[in-house]
Write a protein that binds this ligand. Structure first.
Ligand code: DI6
Ligand code: FE
Length: 421
């Protein structure tokens, strides 16, 4: 069972965790890639060795007993990955939540200048530190549930300076906290009012000088567009995907949340890492995604908040072998949710994923949705030592509880964030 890498000998390990049940999420033939009564050794920020507890104790002979840590029967999974959030924004949309419950629809509110536009106004008016402070609260909640990587989109600034500020807040959060942040420029989120009479000029700026400036500042890992009747067309989305591809940037697309415009096919055509939402998706769209290796990111808490009734065609995605990820879509309008475990629960209860699919959706498949599959999302030798420790009987328990948080500890890049609790 022991798996050694060249050069990794117990002498070089920094720590070895014994007595753990490990959900490796590798395809080792068992559910969740599980290894019972196993041990994981860490060297610097990587996983150096994986094997049985008995072997680990053999290897870490007497002189090295100081590096042995007892996981006391906890489960260890890869650190969770929230691969789709709009974590940084000003204000909130509680008034709109109330309006919707009194009968107004999301589209009606959006067309009347509310919705995304109201968050744009609040975001433009907010300072860096105000944005930072409110995002930090949400990020800490995610992190408390074992999240070690989070994707953060801009998209509530919709002018260069404000978009830059959002991405700078995202970058700063990743630099200050023990969590890895991927930054996405969601330039085509909504048309800001000052461009109401000239959409094309807005799209040209987003896809041209704004994208180039932000990318040159190192603030853009990927781009994104909200491709929808109430937002941006297929042609406008294609313009952004083409510009991103020219700059060597990755892409995501908000596709099929409210209608099927063919955005999944477009995302696939441009080799986007992911197409997200997908409540409305055809068999042809699913096949195109499978052929391109584009991940389907499912966002059940947005579906829940909007009280939608047509779930994504999970059967089609399974049949076409499209990898499925699950994320919070944390945003003030359609998913005021900073709990990835809640999203996993709803992926099961509302969309019919199995608990194993849901956990793959927040580990290995979420890594793939961010292009990070060689770094994080699985527990294997050479992968980054981003781990979550759980006080659970079996992995399905991560999806079972509503409002429960069985996280007992988190390791990011080989360092524990505090002690096990
Ligand atoms: N889809 C969403 O669910 C969010 N953005 C998007 O493109 C909603 C954004 C909002 O309502 O503020
Ligand atoms: Fe979103």
């Amino acid at each position: 069972m022991g798996e050694r890498v060249q050069k990794s000998s117990a002498d070089e390990w920094d720590q070895v965790w014994i007595g753990a049940h490990v959900a490796t999420m590798t395809n080792n033939g068992s559910a969740y890639g599980e290894l019972k009564s196993a041990a994981v050794a860490i060297q610097d920020e990587r996983i150096a060795w994986l094997g049985s507890t008995a072997e680990a104790l053999d290897q870490a002979a007497a002189a090295r007993r100081d590096i042995v840590r007892d996981a006391q029967g906890l489960w260890i999974t890869p650190g969770l990955i929230d691969c789709h959030t709009h974590l940084v924004y000003g204000g909130n949309r509680v008034a709109e939540f109330e309006q919707r419950l009194c009968g107004a629809s999301y589209e009606e509110i959006a067309r009347a200048g509310g919705g995304i536009q109201s968050t744009v106004r609040a975001t433009r008016a907010a300072t860096f530190s105000q944005l930072h402070e409110s995002a930090l609260i949400r990020l800490r909640r995610l992190m408390a549930e074992g999240v070690t990587t989070v994707e953060i989109k801009s998209g509530y600034g919709l002018e260069l300076a404000a978009e830059r500020r959002l991405l700078e807040v995202a970058r700063d959060l990743g630099e200050r906290l023990p969590v890895s942040v991927r930054k996405t420029f969601l330039g085509l989120h909504a048309l800001p009012p000052e461009f109401a009479a000239d959409r094309q000029e807005f799209v040209n700026r987003v896809c041209g000088p704004w994208l180039e400036t932000l990318a040159a500042a190192g603030l853009v890992d990927a781009v994104d567009a909200f491709c929808e009747n109430i937002a941006f067309s297929l042609e406008e989305t294609a313009q952004l995907l083409e510009a991103a591809s020219g700059l060597g940037l990755a892409a995501h697309v908000h596709a099929g949340q409210l209608s099927d415009l063919g955005a999944a096919e477009l995302a696939s055509k441009w080799g986007a890492l992911s197409a997200d939402h997908l409540e409305y998706l055809s068999a042809a769209g699913a096949r195109a995604m499978a052929a391109a290796g584009t991940v389907a990111v499912l966002l059940p808490t947005a579906y829940f908040t909007l009280r939608q009734t047509t779930p994504p065609p999970v059967g089609l995605l399974r049949d076409a072998a499209v990898p499925m990820a699950v994320a919070t879509d944390c945003n003030p309008g359609t998913s005021p949710c900073s709990s990835l475990l809640t999203a996993m629960n709803m992926a099961c209860t509302l969309f019919g994923l199995t608990p194993e699919e849901a956990l793959r959706g927040t580990t290995c498949n979420a890594a793939r949705a961010l292009g990070l599959q060689d770094e994080v999302g699985k527990i294997a030798v050479g992968m980054r030592a981003d781990l979550a420790f759980w006080r659970i009987e079996r992995p399905a328990e991560l999806c079972y509880g509503l409002g429960a948080n069985p996280c007992a500890g988190v390791m990011h890049r080989g360092r524990m964030r505090g002690e096990l609790n």
